[in-house]
Ligand binder design. Structure first.
Ligand code: SAH
Length: 361
């Protein structure tokens, strides 16, 4: 039996270079060509690598593979949100969502821009009580190739199926899993995304969302590889323990203190995400507590109306309740922006499609 072939999608640039030189006996610069085929041109096989000789391509076939996740299910919402259920090599399922951005900035601009939301783990260990992924428990970390495979698969899908060929413009690490608990692969994926010979993503177009993990947050901040968003969801420790029992092991006061110290570039702000659950975290006392935190951190606040999931006691706010909460925050000079839930008809909230898929089996 020959040794397992190397999936080149899992190798950061330096490792691909080493593999090309040491295992394949190639000149170093060949790694740059292979890298461009994989990341910029998004090919799925070595045949396409026409600037390599037949002999080199045969050598690649022998020792390596280019393995992306496969599409197990696609659902398109009436608002254009497209959700993919992807199958990984070991049969595990993860979700990724493409969300159309709002109106174009210039008239006559017909380019459709999308924001893609990617997963970082199969399942999640954090067990937040409102979240479908939390209910699955933790299965395993995703590799760098699996994290970025979500983007390559989606890029190919929109190029093949949509005449206007939308551009995936922004990325949010807000799918299944807790990115800071898979920090090595997440940081490798960010470096690969930003490599000038590959996808050449600007760090200003990428946001990583965390529930707040002490170990890793500072390292992530110092790397400057992406913006940080923090899922707050509760403005006091007691409520946070109820909604996010594991995340709340790091006391809210300590999380806020760490965010006060978090390294930010000029004009950069931390984003706080706040799931609005009717009657639970949207009362006048919560407005006061939340406003205090936002002022202290000079944070931007995104309000996300709770998207109901089965088997939870929580209720979505009515539009009136949401507006009342938003206005109460504005009255305290807080810039709160409501992030409308898109793709509600296709179960687009974190972990919902996979949960629906499993329920149907
Ligand atoms: N673990 C990271 C990233 C994954 S969750 C984090 O906690 O930030 C990404 C976002 O989806 C979080 O803000 C989470 O609160 C939100 N989310 C999860 N379940 C939801 C639901 N039922 N309705 C609306 N948003 C939900």
């Amino acid at each position: 039996m020959s040794a397992e072939k190397m999936n080149l999608c899992d190798l950061p640039y330096a490792e691909l270079e080493r593999f090309a030189v040491e295992t394949l006996g190639f000149k170093k610069f060949r790694a740059g060509q292979i890298w461009q085929w994989i990341w910029a041109k998004n090919v799925s096989g070595f045949d396409a690598m026409t600037d390599l000789s037949q002999t080199d391509r045969a050598k690649l076939e022998e020792h390596a593979v280019i393995r992306w996740p496969s599409i197990a299910d696609v659902r398109v919402s009436s608002d254009g949100t497209t959700k993919f259920l992807l199958e990984l090599a070991d049969g595990e399922l993860v979700e990724t969502v493409l969300i159309p951005s709002d109106a174009p900035k210039r008239p006559n601009d017909i380019t459709v821009r999308m924001t893609q939301c990617v997963s970082t783990q199969v399942g999640c260990a954090m067990a937040c009580s409102f979240c479908s992924t939390g209910k699955l428990g933790f299965k395993r970390n995703m590799t760098m190739g699996e994290i970025l495979g979500q983007i390559q698969v989606a890029r190919r899908y929109v190029n093949d199926t949509q005449p206007e060929r939308p551009i995936i413009r922004n990325l949010v690490y807000m799918g299944m899993g807790e990115p800071l608990l898979n920090l090595g692969n997440v940081m490798d994926s960010l470096r690969t995304l930003q490599h000038p010979k590959g996808l050449a993503f600007s760090p200003r177009r990428i946001t990583v969302s965390t529930c707040g993990i002490e170990k890793g947050m500072r390292e992530f901040g110092d790397s400057g590889l992406a913006f940080l968003a923090v899922s707050l969801h509760a403005p006091n420790q007691a409520l946070r323990e109820q909604l996010m029992p594991r995340a709340a092991h790091w006391h809210l006061d300590d999380l806020i203190a760490a965010l006060e110290d978090y390294p930010l570039k000029t004009r950069e702000r931390i984003t706080l995400e706040y799931l609005v659950i009717a009657g639970l975290n949207d009362q006048p006392e919560h407005v006061k507590q939340l406003a205090r935190i936002c002022v202290r951190l000079k944070a931007k606040l995104n309000l996300i109306p709770y998207n109901p999931t089965p088997d939870t006691p929580y209720k979505a706010p009515t539009p009136e309740e949401l507006l009342r909460f938003e206005k109460a925050l504005w009255a305290k000079d807080i810039t709160a922006i409501v992030r409308k839930s898109k793709g509600q008809d296709i179960e687009a909230a974190c972990g919902q499609l996979r949960a629906a898929h499993e329920a149907a089996e």
